[in-house]
Write a protein that binds this ligand. Sequence first.
Ligand SMILES: NC(=O)c1ccc[n+]([C@@H]2O[C@H](COP(=O)([O-])OP(=O)(O)OC[C@H]3O[C@@H](n4cnc5c(N)ncnc54)[C@H](O)[C@@H]3O)[C@@H](O)[C@H]2O)c1
Ligand SMILES: [Zn+2]
Length: 359
Amino acid sequence: MPTLTVPLAQRSYPIIIEPGLLARVGAHLRQAGLHHQVAVVTQPPVAASHGARLRAGLEDAGITPLVIEVPDGEASKSLAQASRLYDLLLQARFERGATLLAFGGGVVGDLTGFVAATYLRGIAFVQVPTTLLAQVDSSVGGKTAVNHELGKNLIGAFYQPRAVYIDPQTLRSLPPREYRAGLAEVVKCGFIADAGLVGYLEQEMNAVREQAPEALERMIQASCRIKAEVVGADEEDRTGRRAILNYGHTLAHAIEAVCHYEEYRHGEAVAIGMVCAARLSEEVLGCPGNLGERTLALLSALGLPTRCAGLSPARLLEAMALDKKVQHGRLRFVLLPRVGAAKLVGDVPTELVRRAIPV
Ligand SMILES: NC(=O)c1ccc[n+]([C@@H]2O[C@H](COP(=O)([O-])OP(=O)(O)OC[C@H]3O[C@@H](n4cnc5c(N)ncnc54)[C@H](O)[C@@H]3O)[C@@H](O)[C@H]2O)c1
Ligand SMILES: [Zn+2]
């Protein structure tokens, strides 16, 4: 499979997508000069299912890693876990030339990236993502963070990895609900930047649902290509270009906040958010092609939720108003003028939003 590049001048880096790649990560690290001291940061389900294969490949390349497991779950994205990692790295005398390898889902990726950005003022890090969400979204782009009790991802840094190594075979052990949640971000990529990908998902639904190798390859490649392009154009989210990746996320963040991050996986909230954003795209931008219905049909066929029954629209609007995307009482949404194109719209009237929320 081809290698993609995130184009960031001297900090450009490759995204390699290849079945079975896990066993060859060690060789890639050596080739890239990232083999001197390596710490693998991982979570228990990933270590149990795939740790041995990664380690064997590292050892074949002459690398004996320090392996650090963090407890499973979002709570590990904390300053307390970061501090524990600093302690372990210092005790093992990790130096400036060391490499951190994030081996797991987005939780491990965000935490490891944050620690890599700050340990000794920054050491190399690579991503070996093992959830679909991490393979199509969080491992690319350099947003690293831990959570604060006042909100998610409030403490962090932009810090790019040196490489992203994606082995789609690791998804075989992923719980089906996590897989479906990751699909929501693939659907999002299609709607904002790749009409062909949306058509593919609609036509090859069975292959997608069953995780057929060719479907995984198509989806991961297309999503990473889009993310790489957007990040290359607007690395630090300053021009509005990177903001298009937030399609469906205005309502999603409100749903997650109102439910205290418990009831819905992030991707599930994004699915519901896309139904809302699709309806608004029709109303506000005159997006053609029955976008609302098309979105609903695709997401439900993929087993994703399409409405947030039981949540009060008033509370969701309140949560949206607290979000940083609100300006002068009008909500900002990423909307589609057509499938495959997206723009940030800064003045969506609250009443329209209320009617578009799928309850
Ligand atoms: N940095 C970014 O740009 C960005 C973008 C989107 C999301 N995120 C962050 O990503 C996090 C969510 O990531 P996630 O959904 O991957 O969650 P996660 O890391 O909690 O993984 C979900 C679950 O799957 C398990 N798991 C992972 N890989 C597995 C495998 N191959 N087999 C079996 N089980 C496996 C994990 O142990 C966990 O229980 C959130 O904290 C979110 O803020 C970051
Ligand atoms: Zn998202």
